[in-house]
Ligand binder design. Sequence first.
Ligand code: GRF
Length: 218
Amino acid sequence: MSEPLKLAVLVSGRGSNLSALLAAIDKGACHARVVGVLSDRPGAAALELARERAIDSRVVAAKAYAERAEWDRELTRQIEQLTPDLVVLAGFMRLVGSALLARYAGRIINVHPALLPAFPGLDAPLQAVRARVSISGCTVHVVDAGVDTGPVLAQAAVPLLPGDDAATLHARIQRAEHALLPAVVHAIAGGRILLGNPPTYVGEPSDPTNCLVSPPVV
Ligand code: GRF
């Protein structure tokens, strides 16, 4: 079997997606290894998760740099030291800079709590509740220079239920994220998603092993 895919995971907050990735890796459902966790916020709870597991954890706080470009270069440098195959944005709340994009072009993925291209940017679950849609969900996509505009790799649908507010919807969407993100990483590790330009799938979209199609989460 091939070597596990080496992941650098970028976080800003709670880290439930990081936790889901680690759990999937532990049970053999995601052929990957988290080689480092990097946060733009020193207090991110996700860093604690990494420390508990003795995973290399680093803080590159944007506030510590006068220029955004300096922060971007330092973040890129720190990631390079980890020699990842893939950079995973798992609740990373900043736009990545041009240095990082250039260094890992096509090898940065993000999980977003909506069915892109609907509701990009901040507060996607709130946007969905306000728009009174009946279905939202989550998307794993390749990161480009735009705000949640890169090629979609996989999506999972999540219904809005009567009485939902942004928090209840986000909690339901996160359950879907926790399945989808490890599944996509596993598909990349197994060569079933090829991160070329554009990304391509090996096999038919209807193939149950292809995570492009996933059942709605209720
Ligand atoms: C997730 O909902 C993700 O879609 C968004 O930020 C949230 C991060 O949650 N980009 P967590 O830190 O992984 O719990």
